[in-house]
Design a protein around this ligand. Structure first.
Ligand SMILES: Nc1ncnc2c1ncn2[C@@H]1O[C@H](COP(=O)(O)OP(=O)(O)OP(=O)(O)O)[C@@H](O)[C@H]1O
Length: 618
């Protein structure tokens, strides 16, 4: 009997859905991966950590953010598909769709965290992320689908394939597509809860696999993140989780003198009295701790292992230093002296090879998380988000330091004003648009926000114009009143203006320590007389100088210009002036000058002396 004509109902979403939707759902994966690796590559993660953000909250905040983003994306995906009437969405039970997408986005976030532990470069991570998205979709369509539809293929192998998250997503979407296609064709509904027990329906297996994988992958990713050193911070012991069960022990004194025998191969050198005295202060403070000192370094050493046939490098050779509150300590030293290595140990970026340090009586090797809550860092290279404004940076770091509400707003405004980023709306521009100097000033402001008790500044004024540098000095001078600051610099002027005490480092050794005046008196002890005459009068000038100071030392002479060091105990400034005035009537003097020893002279003297016969400063 002839049948009445029937309209063929073909729903393309059900046919093409699995491949197309696998790509659409996974598109957020490379975005999340890129975000995570970006924070690691730019060292923003460690910067946040150094300002008090612990690993747990960092993971929770990041996870919650990605979950919110993914949920909004998936909600839009399902609602939009339903509104335009795609049977793929409208015929299948919304409850199953909700559970499936909910579980999958969680697995996807966990997978991104997991994969981010093995990348340190954003570009590589992004490329791998997109290859994974498109590859898993295509392989799902042309391989997994083929096996699923081949009834002779062992189902156990299909489950194994579905362990790849992209395949489990494909399989789930494939099942939705099958049910909606049949439902549409037959005029019935798509997948319902009761259908999960259907033999060929792989959705139940997929839901179990996704749940189990999510619950395993997330803690594994956290573990790998803790034990890997990528991101530039110290890697934890593989058994770090066992430490939670160990009771923290705090003794009355930090240590007894014999607990840390010096076993390194560094040869014993005669220590200068000032350095030996500082070591004595440290010994005393370790035995009888008190609150007066914010930082105590106890024979801190850093040796980098030899690589590519190069010998090991002694970057810091047993530094003992005690820093009271309210002091700004300046570290001077030629390039490669070990200043940054010392700061990196103090801020938890690298582990000391031996020795230890205590910040606010907390151990840098075991209590770094607590130390971070009262520490500020201005690193050698600016660690900023290109897309955040200066104000947003300060708001963020201020919140990390527990500032809230009006106090936070006020601190941020004051901070922006203090580093000259307030007026003209500069603070509301993105950091990516800042000049080098503006970035540097923002880094200094970040290091000081939230009243940290200990601040490390690694060459804070690098790249600043003279006016900005003076302004920055005022900021640091204000800041040092109630906190300890360690500052490295190559500017002697800066060191002299800002630092209460200075230490000159050469080749990992502290060569001298004291306030700038003391150092000049101790290592200078001379006036420098410069005089320019004609070349014929050079001997005459030398005779004049020898009459003034018999043990004067000629340090420089070229075509009539000569420079002499005159020991302070042998001359009086007035005698020099009188002698030069008399000499002017005997032979022409084109120019002359008498200056006290500068810090620069001290620096060069100490560094040259320490370098000895090596060619460090030749
Ligand atoms: N990761 C590393 N591996 C091996 N050697 C290193 C490493 N980092 C630094 N060094 C070496 O340790 C020494 C001290 O370096 P460091 O960066 O601490 O010096 P610095 O005083 O801060 O120098 P600058 O003034 O140029 O910043 C240098 O000889 C350097 O080459």
């Amino acid at each position: 009997m002839p049948q009445p004509a029937r309209k063929i109902r073909l729903d393309f979403s059900s046919l093409l859905g699995p491949l197309f939707f696998t790509w659409v759902v996974q598109l957020l994966f490379p975005v999340i991966l890129q975000y995570l690796v970006y924070e690691k590559q730019k060292k923003l993660k460690i910067m946040m950590k150094m300002h008090g953000l612990k690993d747990g909250p960092y993971w929770m905040i990041s996870y919650a953010y990605f979950f919110f983003l993914s949920s909004a994306y998936m909600l839009f995906f399902v609602i939009f598909g339903s509104i335009i009437g795609l049977k793929f969405f409208t015929l299948n039970d919304y409850g199953i769709q909700f559970v499936f997408y909910f579980l999958y986005i969680n697995l996807q976030i966990a997978l991104a965290f997991f994969m981010s532990t093995s990348f340190y470069d954003v570009k590589t991570a992004t490329v791998v992320g997109y290859i994974y998205v498109f590859g898993s979709g295509l392989l799902g369509e042309f391989l997994l689908r083929y096996f699923v539809e081949d009834t002779s293929f062992p189902s156990g192998w299909i489950v194994v394939m579905e362990l790849v998250p992209g395949f489990s997503l494909f399989r789930g979407l494939y099942e939705f597509g099958q049910y909606s296609f049949t439902g549409n064709y037959m005029g019935t509904s798509g997948m319902q809860w009761r259908d999960l027990s259907d033999g060929p329906n792989g959705m139940k297996d997929v839901l179990i696999i996704i749940t189990v994988e999510w619950l395993i992958l997330l803690p594994v990713a956290y573990y790998l993140d803790q034990v890997s050193s990528s991101g530039g911070r110290i890697r934890k012991n593989p058994l770090f989780f066992l430490q939670c069960f160990q009771k923290k022990r705090r003794s009355q004194s930090f240590r007894t003198p014999s607990l840390h025998p010096d076993t390194s191969k560094v040869s014993v050198e005669m220590e200068r009295p000032d350095v030996a005295q500082e070591r004595g202060v440290v010994e005393q403070l370790l035995l009888e701790p008190n609150n007066s000192h914010a930082i105590i370094c106890d024979n801190l050493k850093k040796i980098y292992p030899g690589r590519d046939g190069n010998p090991e490098k002694f970057a810091v050779r047993g530094l003992s230093l005690a820093l009271p509150r309210g002091e700004c300590f300046g570290m001077l030293g030629p390039n490669g002296a070990g200043k940054t290595s010392f700061i990196n140990m103090m801020i938890g970026l690298i582990t000391p090879t031996s020795g230890n340090a205590y910040v606010q009586q907390l151990d840098i090797q075991s209590d770094m998380n607590e130390i971070y809550t009262s520490m500020g860092v201005c690193p050698q290279h600016d660690l900023l988000w290109e897309t955040l404004t200066g104000r947003e940076h300060l708001l963020f770091y201020g919140r990390l330091k527990n500032l809230k509400g009006a106090a936070l707003i006020q601190a941020v405004e004051e901070s922006l004003k203090s580093v000259n980023l307030f007026y003209g709306g500069v603070g509301d521009k993105r950091a990516g648009q800042y000049s080098g100097g503006m970035k540097r000033r923002l880094s200094v402001a970040i290091s000081l926000i939230g009243d940290p008790k200990v601040v490390y500044m690694d060459e804070p004024s690098t790249g600043l114009d003279p006016a900005s540098r003076k302004n920055l000095w005022n900021v640091v001078k204000q800041a040092k009143r109630d906190r300890a600051i360690i500052l490295t610099t190559h500017s002697m002027e800066e060191a002299e203006v800002l630092c209460d005490r200075l230490g000159i480092f050469v080749d990992g050794n502290l060569q001298c320590i004291g306030n700038p005046k003391e150092l000049k008196a101790r290592y200078g002890g001379t006036y420098v007389l410069t005089m320019t005459t004609s070349s014929d009068e050079e001997e005459e000038v030398e005779r004049l100088v020898r009459r003034l100071a018999p043990s004067a030392n000629r340090i420089y002479h070229i075509s009539g210009t000569q420079k002499f060091e005159l020991p302070k105990q042998e001359v009086r400034i007035s005698d020099v002036f009188n002698a030069v005035e008399r000499a002017k009537s005997e032979f022409p003097i084109y120019a002359w000058g008498l200056v006290d020893t500068t810090l620069e002279d001290v620096f060069i003297k100490v560094a040259k002396g320490a370098a000895g016969s090596s060619d460090l400063l030749s």
